[in-house]
Design a protein around this ligand. Structure first.
Ligand code: TPP
Ligand code: MG
Length: 642
C-alpha cells in the first residue's frame, strides 16, 4: 500500500502492530504535568545486575501553584504514589534520607505550590546537594504568560521579567531549569535524570513549573514515555594513576585510610574490609562514612577529626600517607586542616567525583570506590604494614574501648548524661536497625560512641547538619526500609524546629522510634559559646528576666506535644526507666516517642583535635581575650596542601 499521507502511515502501523495510534502513532497528548508523572514512573536504574524503579513516589503539599497541574496528574495516574507531607522542607529531607539509605539507588520527587511552598524547599535542596544526595524538586512557579501578573505570592522585579523566587534554587541545585514551554521537558527531564543518577554530579535537581505551563497539553513522543534504564557504572580509574598510588602506598610506613560516604554509596564495605585485612592499613571514618567497617573490625579506629577518637587522630597526625576514599575532606574531618601534621604527608584519593579526588594535591583515582579498592588490592597483593604499626592500632583500639566504657558509665542522678543514653539506646538496638540523627551535640557523641554494625545502620546528616532533619529524615529512611526499626535521636531544639512529620508517619503507618533528649536548650552551642570565652547567651530555654534568659526553664511538655500529634509517648529518667521505655516503644505499632531529660553540661570531651571557630579579635572580656590567644596559637597548625 503506498504511503501518501500521515493517516496512511498510521493505518499501516495499526494493521501490523494492533496498536491504536490515536491522533498520531508516535505521540500521546498530555499536559506538562501528566508527561512528568508518566516519565518519572518509567525511570529505572540498574547496578550490579539489580534493577528497580528510581522514583518510588512523589511527596507533596498542594496549593494553587500545583494542585491543578501536578496534583491533577498524580490523582489521575496513581502509578506514582503520592504522599501528603506537612512541611515542604521536611519532605525534601525525607526524600534525601530515602536516597541516602538506599545508597542513592532510589529517590522520591517533591512537588510544592509556588511562593512560600517552593522556597520552603530551598534548605532541603542545599542539604541534599551538599550531601550529594539525589532529590527531584518540582516547585510551582508564576505564570509563563505573565498577563495576570503579579499573581498571589509573586516576587516582582522592576528590572527583570524572568526572575522568580525559584531562582533561589540555582546555587543549591546541581541542575536547574524552568519549563516555559511543555516541549522543554523532552530535553530537560533526561538531563535531570542524568544528573540524579550520576554518582559524581548528583544532588538536588530543580525543575520550576509555571502554573499555567503545568496544564498545557502537547504531543509527547512515545519514546519519552517508555521505560528507560539508567545503568549506574562502576568506573575504573586511570591506570597510570593507579600505578603511582600503588607506589606511594608501598613506600608508606604509616598509611591511614579515611572512609567517607562514598564507601557506603559504592557498597564497597566488603572490598574495603578485605583490603585492610590483607594489608593491615588502619581505617577511620567520617560522619558520612561511619559504618563502612563494623565497629569490631581489627583495623577499625573509629571516628576521625573534630569528633574523632584519640587513636584515629593521633595516627592521622603522624600519617605519611592518607588514603581518602569517598570523602569531601570537610573541616570536621581535617580538623580545620590541622589533622595531618607529618611534613611528608601525601594523599591518595579514591573518588567518583573528580572535584573531590583532586583535593590536597592527591594522586587522584577518579573512579568507583569498590572497583578501585579491588584494583589496589590486586596491585598490593604482597604489601603489609609493619608489625609495630599493627601493634599500635590494636593498642589504640583497646584503650578506646576502655574509654568508651568510662564515658558511658558515669552514673549520675537524673538528669542522666547524654553519653549514657546513647549507650542504652545502642544496647537496645539490633544490627539491622537504623539510627538517624543530624544536629546538636549528639552527632559528635554518636560519631565517637555509636557501635555501628552494618553499612547504612548509622544514618547521620552532617554535611549540612540541619536541625529538623531528624524526624523527617527518619520517616524517609523508614519509607525505604519499612521492615527495619528506625531510631531517631533528636534534641529538644531540633524537635521544636520540625516535629510535624510525626503526623505523616502516623498517616502512612510508618512507625518510628523517636528518642527525644531534652536538655532545655542548645547544649552544643552553649558549650561552643563558652569555649569562645562567652557565657552561652541565648542557648538555654529559660524565661526572660529583665535583660537575660536566666529564669526557670520553660515548661515545654514534649510528651504531651508528641501525643497531640498522634504518637505513643512516655517519659523516662533513670537508666532502668529508659531501658524499659525503649522496649515498650519497640512493641508499639505506631510512632513512639520516649522523652528523656538529660544534663545540659555533662558533655563528652573532644580528643586530640580542634575546630576553627573564629573568636573576637578584641573584647572587653578577659575570657574572650584568653580564648582568642589560644585560638591564634591553634591556627598556626593549619596546613596548606596545595
Ligand atoms: C536549621 C539550623 N539552625 C541552626 C543551627 C545551628 N545549631 C547547631 S546545633 C544547635 C542547637 C541544637 O539544639 P538541640 O537540638 O537541643 O541539641 P543540643 O545542642 O542540645 O544537643 C543549633 C542552634 C543548625 N544546625 N540548623
Ligand atoms: Mg537540646
Amino acid at each position: 500500500m503506498p504511503v501518501a499521507t500521515r493517516q496512511d502511515f498510521f493505518d499501516i502501523v495499526e494493521a501490523f502492530t494492533g496498536l491504536d495510534c490515536g491522533e498520531t502513532p508516535m505521540t500521546k497528548r498530555l499536559t506538562t504535568a501528566q508527561a512528568i508523572v508518566a516519565f518519572l514512573k518509567n525511570q529505572y536504574v540498574e547496578r550490579d545486575g539489580r534493577e528497580h524503579r528510581f522514583f518510588e513516589g512523589c511527596l507533596g503539599i498542594f496549593g494553587h501553584g500545583n494542585v491543578a497541574g501536578i496534583g491533577q496528574a498524580l490523582e489521575q495516574d496513581p502509578g506514582l504514589r503520592y504522599y501528603l507531607f506537612r512541611n515542604e522542607q521536611a519532605m525534601v529531607h525525607a526524600a534525601a534520607a530515602f536516597a541516602k539509605s538506599t545508597f542513592r539507588m532510589k529517590t522520591l520527587a517533591c512537588t510544592s505550590s509556588i511562593g512560600p511552598g517552593a522556597t520552603n524547599m530551598v534548605t532541603g535542596a542545599a542539604m541534599a546537594t551538599i550531601n550529594r544526595l539525589p532529590v527531584l524538586l518540582l516547585p510551582g512557579d508564576t505564570f509563563a504568560r505573565r498577563n495576570v501578573a503579579p499573581v498571589l505570592q509573586q516576587l516582582e522585579s522592576p528590572s527583570a521579567q524572568d526572575v522568580s523566587v525559584n531562582d533561589c534554587f540555582k546555587p543549591v541545585s546541581r541542575y536547574w531549569d524552568r519549563i516555559q514551554r511543555p516541549e522543554q521537558l523532552l530535553t530537560s527531564l533526561p538531563e535531570a535524570m542524568r544528573v540524579l543518577t550520576s554518582q559524581g554530579d548528583t544532588g538536588a535537581v530543580t525543575l520550576a513549573l509555571p502554573q499555567d505551563v503545568q496544564v498545557e497539553a502537547f504531543d509527547v513522543p512515545h519514546e519519552f514515555l517508555s521505560k528507560r534504564l539508567w545503568r549506574i557504572p562502576r568506573n575504573r580509574c586511570d591506570g597510570s594513576a593507579l600505578g603511582r598510588a600503588t607506589e606511594l602506598i608501598r613506600k608508606a610506613q604509616r598509611p591511614l585510610i579515611i572512609a567517607g560516604g562514598g564507601v557506603l554509596y559504592s557498597e564497597a564495605s566488603d572490598a574495603l574490609a578485605e583490603f585492610v585485612k590483607a594489608t593491615g592499613i588502619p581505617v577511620c571514618e567520617t560522619q558520612a562514612g561511619k559504618g563502612s567497617l563494623p565497629f569490631d573490625h581489627p583495623q577499625q579506629l573509629g571516628a576521625i577529626g573534630v569528633t574523632g577518637t584519640p587513636g584515629a587522630n593521633i595516627l592521622a597526625r603522624e600519617a605519611d600517607l592518607i588514603i581518602g576514599i569517598g570523602t569531601r575532606y570537610s573541616d570536621f574531618t581535617t580538623a580545620s586542616k590541622t589533622a595531618f601534621q607529618n611534613p611528608a604527608v601525601r594523599f591518595v584519593n579514591i573518588n567518583v567525583c573528580e572535584f573531590d579526588a583532586f583535593k590536597h594535591t592527591a594522586v587522584a583515582l577518579v573512579g568507583d570506590a569498590r572497583v578501585t579498592i579491588d584494583e589496589l588490592h590486586a596491585a598490593l597483593y604482597d604489601y603489609r604494614v609493619g608489625k609495630s604499626y599493627v601493634a599500635e592500632i590494636a593498642e589504640f583500639r583497646s584503650l578506646w574501648a576502655m574509654e568508651v566504657g568510662r564515658i558511658c558509665n558515669v552514673r549520675q542522678d537524673p538528669p542522666i548524661s547524654q553519653a549514657e543514653v546513647i549507650d542504652i539506646v545502642n544496647g537496645a538496638t539490633q544490627p539491622s536497625d537504623i539510627m538517624v540523627c543530624a544536629a546538636g551535640s549528639m552527632p559528635g557523641d554518636l560519631h565517637k560512641l555509636w557501635r555501628a554494625c552494618k553499612p547504612g545502620g548509622y544514618h547521620m546528616e552532617y554535611g549540612y547538619s540541619t536541625m529538623g532533619y531528624e524526624i523527617a529524615g527518619g520517616l524517609g529512611v523508614k519509607m525505604a526500609h519499612p521492615d527495619r526499626e528506625v531510631y531517631v535521636l533528636v534534641g529538644d531544639g531540633s524537635y521544636l524546629m520540625m516535629a510535624q512529620e510525626i503526623v505523616t508517619s502516623i498517616q502512612e503507618g510508618y512507625k518510628l522510634n523517636i528518642v527525644l533528649l531534652d536538655n532545655h536548650g542548645f547544649s552544643s552551642i552553649g558549650g561552643l559559646s563558652q569555649a569562645c570565652g562567652n557565657d552561652g547567651m541565648g542557648t538555654e530555654y529559660r524565661y526572660r528576666t529583665a535583660d537575660a534568659y536566666d529564669g526557670n526553664t520553660l515548661p515545654v511538655d514534649f510528651a504531651a506535644n508528641a501525643a497531640s500529634l498522634g504518637a505513643w509517648t512516655t517519659r523516662a529518667h533513670t537508666a532502668e526507666e529508659i531501658k524499659a521505655a525503649l522496649c515498650e516503644a519497640r512493641e508499639q505499632k505506631r510512632t513512639a516517642v520516649v522523652v528523656i531529660e538529660t544534663a545540659f553540661d555533662k558533655r563528652v570531651p573532644g580528643f586530640e583535635s580542634w575546630w576553627d571557630v573564629p573568636i573576637a579579635e578584641v573584647s572587653e572580656r578577659e575570657s574572650v581575650r584568653a580564648a582568642r590567644k589560644k585560638y591564634e596559637e591553634a591556627r598556626k597548625k593549619e596546613r596548606y596542601f596545595g
